[in-house]
Design a binder for this molecule. Sequence first.
Ligand code: IPE
Ligand code: IPE
Ligand code: MG
Length: 250
Amino acid sequence: MTDELLGQIRLNGAAPRHVAIIMDGNGRWARERNLPRPFGHRAGMKAVREIVEGAIEAGVEVLTLFAFSEENWQRPPTEISALMSLLEEYIAKEAAELRDQGVVVHVLGERARLAPGARAAIDRVERDTRGGRRLALNLCISYSSRAELARAARLLAEEVLKGTKRLEDIDEEAVREKLYTAPWSDPDLLIRTSGELRISNFLLWQLAYTELYMTPVLWPDVTRRDLFQAILDYQRRDRRFGKVTAPAPP
Ligand code: IPE
Ligand code: IPE
Ligand code: MG
């Protein structure tokens, strides 16, 4: 069945180059089972593996995952430390496999807020996977889009103060270059799981013309089938970017 979906994606032509995902619903998944929330996060870690593999199969080039927001620092300390341990565990378990699959990992966000152990793990996986050509996997950790935009403004202001940039050269491209996502094109498709219909401070600049796909499936239950279905839905969209599409020939 997944093979059929994959075949259909290939028949339709280009897969979205860049897919971004708000991985939501771990807590509710755990609650449905009367388990503490960290069990949901652990189950969610398996789904990351599944979706990375699915993205490679579908020919996605960039996968940007929202794993932990700046606002998530306001959660109970026990949940935060469970999440940070899981991050370290994920990297320890998956780094070699990711490298073998040709995945290059980048972590986007305010790393200064992370504990030294988590920071070291992140540095390690970025170093060990450097050079991966098949898929860029961006993990947004301690990330918020407004903070990213404020940081970009600060970086530009610094250059103007230093005299290395002129005020009149601050245009959209100049801002874009200061975002964590500067090396990649904007997401073509954004998926949010767990039925919430909001962006939650994720990639506000980059999502300007992204196609949105919201699914009720909770993140730990997500399989590559869900990813393929989202891609098939995306392939049916008419992306106009504010222009008028040419009418179909009679
Ligand atoms: C997403 O699941 C993971 C993180 C935000 C870290 P949640 O923990 O937000 O799960 P729900 O939304 O409470 O179900
Ligand atoms: C968004 O989910 C952040 C991540 C998935 C990491 P949240 O669960 O934090 O978002 P809200 O609070 O429902 O908007
Ligand atoms: Mg949530």
